[in-house]
Design a protein around this ligand. Structure first.
Ligand code: NAG
Ligand code: NAG
Ligand code: ZN
Length: 311
């Protein structure tokens, strides 16, 4: 009887362990209907379903408060990524970085963060005022206090992701062209790797203006959805052509289907603060200063008139 119970117990443990391992590899994005609309939510389990500080979110000016931080410093971002290879992960295409000197500091980040990898979502994951962009690049970093991203992935502020949005434009993006051309051989080969056909430096994938952005505390947008991410989503977007958006959609998943979209559904903001960071003075503060200056001038004139009459 006891042996039997132990056996069942072991079988349960084994099943749970296996399904946890499998959940990490075999999750998928819902496929849009023939009308292009996704009418099914993801069911990824764990923190993805129960978390209260999940990503992505709709970034709105109405829900945000004003912030001002020191400028970002992008260290060695101008260097081309060394020995760069592009991988089809089955959920995106990704370029890993092996150089520990590619770092970001400043921008209100609580530490120094080293670049791990870059990957893309077609349709953007974050929306601004409910507007979805053609593409969102995630530049993923972890706090240098941790040995690797796995160690950082369940620690508050362990990971810093920069989100860069691309708007559909008449002009193809030359850097995305290099990435798409490089991905051509591994489009249908999940876990396949290919070298970049030309050099790409992360700096070229940043918007010209990195002083205006949304900041909030959130999660990874893929399983296990660890709530470790300090998010920066720049409001200035880069161009991508319609043809380039369609080329991203030809990348294939593990089961051989085209990965038409790979963005997670919007998550509730709940009790979190959403910060809108802009440089310089707030126009509201400016007008407050101006109107108080005007009131002061009027007060001086009125008191001067009074004094005149009193004397
Ligand atoms: C897929 O990629 C791997 C690693 O890059 C390579 O060894 C393999 O031959 C590729 N398979 C096909 C079918 O191209
Ligand atoms: C960014 O700056 C470069 C160089 O000054 C310029 O050629 C490019 O058009 C700018 N891009 C945008 C989107 O403003
Ligand atoms: Zn991502």
């Amino acid at each position: 009887m006891l042996i039997m119970r132990n056996y069942i117990f072991c079988a349960i443990i084994l099943t749970v362990t296996l399904s946890t391992v499998l959940a990490d590899e075999h999750w998928h994005y819902p496929t849009p209907g023939s009308n292009g609309v996704i009418d099914e939510a993801e069911h990824w389990g764990g923190k993805c379903d129960t978390g209260k500080r999940q990503s992505p979110v709709d970034l709105t000016y109405e829900a945000s408060v004003k912030g001002a931080y020191a400028p970002f410093s992008f260290r060695n971002y101008v260097n081309p990524i060394r020995k760069a290879k592009i991988t089809n992960t089955g959920h995106s295409i990704q370029i890993n970085n092996n150089d520990n000197n590619v770092l970001i500091v400043g921008g209100g980040l609580p530490g120094t963060y080293v670049l791990d990898q870059l990957h893309f979502h077609w349709g953007s994951e974050h929306t601004i005022q409910a507007i979805r962009y053609g593409l969102e690049l995630h530049i993923v970093h972890h706090d240098t206090r941790f040995a690797n991203i796995q160690e950082a992935s369940n620690i508050h502020n362990g990971i810093a992701v920069l989100g860069i949005l691309f708007h559909v434009s008449a002009h193809p993006n030359p850097d995305l062209e290099i990435i798409l051309n490089s991905a051509e051989p591994i489009k249908g080969n999940v876990s396949g790797q290919a070298p970049l056909v030309e050099k790409v430096s992360p700096y070229r994938l940043l918007p010209n203006d990195t002083t205006t952005y949304f900041r909030y505390d959130g999660s990874l947008t893929t399983p296990g959805c660890g709530e470790a991410v300090i998010w920066t989503v720049f409001t200035h977007s880069l161009p991508i052509s319609l043809d380039q958006v369609e080329r991203f959609k030809t990348i294939k998943t593990e089961d051989g289907h085209e990965l038409l979209v790979n963005f997670r559904s919007l998550q509730p903001l709940n009790a979190r603060a959403l910060v809108y960071v802009t440089p310089g003075e707030d126009p509201v503060d400016n007008s407050a200063i101006k109107s108080s200056a005007i009131s002061f001038t009027i007060l001086m004139i009125v008191s001067a008139i009074f004094q005149h009459f009193l004397l």
